[in-house]
Write a protein that binds this ligand. Structure first.
Ligand code: PLP
Ligand code: 3DJ
Length: 420
């Protein structure tokens, strides 16, 4: 049975789900999203739902700011300062004090920036470590940085990290991990891992793609050396929303970021020949930001304005706990790949089952949207701000019916889509 977590309601029946909805302190936030009534959206860990306010913000950016104010908007409408302002808003959700987060580009680009910059801070150390189960882009980028810098890449699962640090910690430059495993939803002990790597003299980067906006994080408090994340998942910034990089104040002056675009220059409009990095987090700018996408993200962040991330987390744990208990009770033959301990659970539940791809497609046809991850996982993500307990209970009843009725065996569910 899944522990619900302290102060979190246990929901073990539809009536209990309705009661939990009645008592839900953040139920009001759902009205800030435009989720279709006939859809239960359990894929906010891939692409978050549309916040209502985004429509007007983007329309205003297009019509008034771009259409009428034109190039004057860089000053008049704050386009130039937008990346740092949005960065600070994201920082507030992940425990970073202002002036340490810059928004822009993709997570892949920011990983390249951050891993390279950290490795350059400790040039005498010759090993970069990542998790062999990390999201592929994290591994690909770490591998490329290692090749470029002529150092070694080691793939180590977080539970094996202590042994590696004990054996060869003196050579470890950077440990680059995701806080939440994208397949199983396991939440690693970021504070403990950061402490252990620091004790060995190395630096730590956290990818918060599956944490920001769902799991409280204290980047400053745990002493992370860098972090990155996307903003199209639990931050709901929209498809292609710009990513972000966290570089704590203590590393900023020494950090040599490899992508030396003109907007990170100390005097961008002096248009000098030689690169000189800006002071502070401004050096983490690269080139021209995607203003339309960033305005979308900026408006999307409004949904968190008067909501605490602790309330989001409490509801998320109750929802994921509900799913695990339901699977145990009513879904024979379905395994739970996600930790039952709430302290080790992100905001998703991965169910292991035969024909998981076809089952995912059959569920989607019935209006319950999750996704499939190789080799056998039905992955369900829980964005507490726009889900209700009763809706999740009903989605699980739908899954139970799909499995019992066998409709997923229809050949039309077997064909793999380009994006799974
Ligand atoms: C942990 C993690 N990092 C990075 C990415 C994606 O990187 P990018 O935003 O560059 O596509 C994802 C998901 O797509 C992810 O889950
Ligand atoms: N970023 C994505 C995309 O551009 C297309 C399809 C899916 C994604 C995702 O975010 C996948 C996601 N990172 C995952 O955890 O699997």
């Amino acid at each position: 049975m899944a522990e619900p977590g302290r102060g979190v309601p246990r929901v073990d029946s539809r009536d209990a789900a309705l009661a939990a909805d009645e008592a839900d302190p953040i139920a009001f936030v759902r009205a800030r999203f435009a989720v279709p009534e006939d859809i239960t959206y359990l894929d906010g860990n891939s692409l978050g739902a549309l916040p209502v306010g985004v429509r007007d913000a983007v329309a205003d950016t297009v019509e008034r700011q771009w259409g009428r104010d034109l190039v004057r908007s860089w000053n008049a409408n704050g386009w130039w300062t937008l990346p740092a302002r949005v960065g600070d808003r994201i920082g507030a959700l992940v425990g970073a004090a202002p002036g340490q987060v810059m928004c822009g580009d993709s997570t892949s680009v920011q990983l390249f920036q951050a891993i390279t910059a950290l490795a350059r801070l400790v040039p005498h150390r010759r090993t970069i470590v990542t998790d062999g189960g990390n999201f592929p882009t994290d591994q690909y980028v770490a591998e490329s940085v290692a090749r470029l810098l002529g150092v070694r890449l080691l793939r180590v699962a977080p539970p094996d990290l202590d042994a590696v640090l004990a054996r060869e910690g003196g050579d470890v430059a950077v440990v680059a991990l995701s806080a939440v495993d994208y397949r199983t939803g396991e939440l690693w002990d970021a504070a403990g891992i950061t402490r252990a790597v620091h004790a060995a003299g190395g630096l730590v980067l956290w990818d918060l793609a599956h944490a920001a906006g769902a799991v409280p994080f204290d980047l400053d408090g745990i002493g992370a050396d860098a972090a990155v994340g996307c903003s199209y998942k639990y931050l709901n910034g929209g498809p292609g929303a710009p990513a972000w990089i966290y570089l704590p104040a203590r590393h900023q002056a020494a950090a040599e970021l490899p992508l030396t675009g003109w907007q990170g220059h100390a005097a961008p409009f002096a248009l000098e020949r030689a690169y000189a990095p800006a002071a502070g987090i401004e050096r983490a700018r690269i080139g021209t930001p995607a203003v339309l996408a960033m305005r979308s993200l900026d408006a999307a962040l409004d949904v968190f304005d008067d909501v605490t991330i602790d309330d989001v987390r409490a509801k998320s744990l109750a929802l994921t706990g509900l799913v695990i208990d339901y699977a145990d009770a009513f879904l024979p033959g379905v395994g739970v790949a996600t930790p039952r301990d709430p302290a080790r659970r992100g905001s998703q539940v991965a169910l292991a089952l035969p024909d998981a791809y076809a089952v995912t497609q059959a569920l989607i046809e019935r209006g319950v949207i999750g996704d499939f991850r190789e080799p056998d996982l039905l992955r369900l993500g829980f964005a507490a701000p726009y889900l209700s307990y009763a809706q999740v209970w009903d989605a699980l009843d739908t899954l139970r019916a799909v499995l019992a009725g066998g409709e997923y065996r229809d050949p039309r569910f077997a064909t793999r889509a380009q994006v799974t």
